[in-house]
Design a protein around this ligand. Structure first.
Ligand code: GLY
Length: 371
């Protein structure tokens, strides 16, 4: 198995992201050196448990570990106080101590919730991320953002708590529904768009092959993780550069709210639509040429992804209401609209004070397009 190793250099909190096909079957050997005693707790969701948990448990037991497992319901609704409390209390019942390791085995919901549980359990225990979706492999498992949703909004309660190791087994992505795979791909494209034009060029050719070509898929995951690692190393707690990872997210969060965080729009789909809109906005502000948004849209279309607001099923609120929803985003600072804009493909930057009228006008046209 060809293994890519991406270091995340954060002093005493440094760790590696290991990427390869079949890593789950080697998880015991990968994790064993971290253990003070041969005992781990694995938290997963019911879908991942049905598909992959027995293999993970076998790999851990093969190294002589005692394994306790908890499977939470699958889905975004799990990422709130009730299942968080359940998870923390279960970990306490399992007598997980500070020197032990908790394993988060699943997509972004499980990674965020279990990471946050590990952050607060006994004032912080170590945890290992084994992400099982493309989105969590290239984004949420790396960088230490953990947390849950509350009635007031998404990810409003949480902590920065870096994992001790991330194992990204690209073979598990074979079992992802096509829609989830493409939603994760929205985050992959984002890396090219925000900071690596050559990677975007490569994706224009290789993107359609990823689901069938393990070598290309591994490269896409490795490059995405390497970009994220570099950004997190320079700005762990999002004082500056890390905000670039939110390219497309101001639009995305408004659209997610407008669709009730439902199946109508997956997060990664919203990111892709948001990236296309951010490039259009950049072009209208005279920051980049027309070619840039055209290329973004053409690539997303070629991948069979959602690009336009009309690709979201059902009614959407009007442009002014969408802009109002942006104003509730937690990344709004002092009530100012903050966007990640671009001077071209691979050249994103943080822009404060984008005129709301311009955004409203853009959205009015976007709402009409394709209807
Ligand atoms: N997903 C954005 C970040 O980790 O900063």
């Amino acid at each position: 198995m060809a293994l890519d190793v991406v270091p995340v250099a954060l002093g005493a909190r440094s760790y590696e992201v290991r990427i390869g096909a079949g890593l789950i079957d080697r998880a015991g050997a990968e994790i064993a050196p971290l253990l003070a005693r041969r005992r781990v707790a694995v938290v997963t969701d019911e879908t991942v448990a049905g598909l992959h948990l027995s293999r993970l448990v076998a790999a851990l037991e093969a190294e002589g570990m005692t394994v306790a497992t908890l499977a939470l319901p699958a889905g975004e609704a799990t990422k709130g106080w009730p299942q968080f409390t359940r998870c923390v209390e279960w970990l306490l019942e399992q007598k997980i101590e500070r020197r032990d390791i908790v394993i988060a085995f699943g997509g972004g919901v499980i990674g965020d919730l279990v990471g946050f549980a590990a952050a607060v359990l006994r004032r912080g225990v170590r945890f290992v991320q084994i992400p099982t979706t493309l989105l969590s492999q290239v984004d949420s498992s790396v960088g230490g953002k953990t947390g849950i949703n509350t009635a007031q909004g998404k990810n409003l309660v949480g902590a920065f708590h870096q994992p001790s190791l991330v194992l990204a087994d690209i073979a598990v992505l074979d079992s992802l529904p096509r829609r989830d795979f493409l939603a994760g791909y929205g985050e992959v494209v984002k890396y090219g768009l925000l900071g690596d034009a050559a990677f975007f060029d490569w994706l224009e050719g290789a993107g359609p092959t990823l689901a069938a070509d393990a070598g290309n898929l591994q490269h896409a995951v490795q490059r995405s993780v390497a970009m994220k690692a570099g950004i997190v190393e320079r700005d762990e707690t999002e004082e500056g550069e890390r905000a670039l990872l939110n390219l497309g997210h101001t639009f995305c969060h408004a659209l997610e709210k407008a669709t009730g965080y439902s199946d109508r729009l997956l997060h990664g789909e919203g990111v892709a639509i948001g990236c296309a809109l951010a490039f259009e906005l950049s072009q209208r502000l005279g920051l980049c040429s027309q070619e840039a948004p055209s290329r973004v849209r053409a690539h997303l279309r070629a991948m069979g992804m959602k690009v336009d607001l009309s690709d979201i099923p059902g009614e959407l609120p009007g442009a002014e209401d969408l802009v109002r929803l942006m104003g509730q985003d937690k990344k709004v600072i002092d009530g100012r609209l903050r966007f990640i804009l671009a001077r071209g493909i691979g050249a994103a930057f943080v822009a404060e004070d984008v005129p709301p009228d311009l955004v409203t006008g853009l959205l009015e046209e976007a709402l009409l397009r394709g209807r």
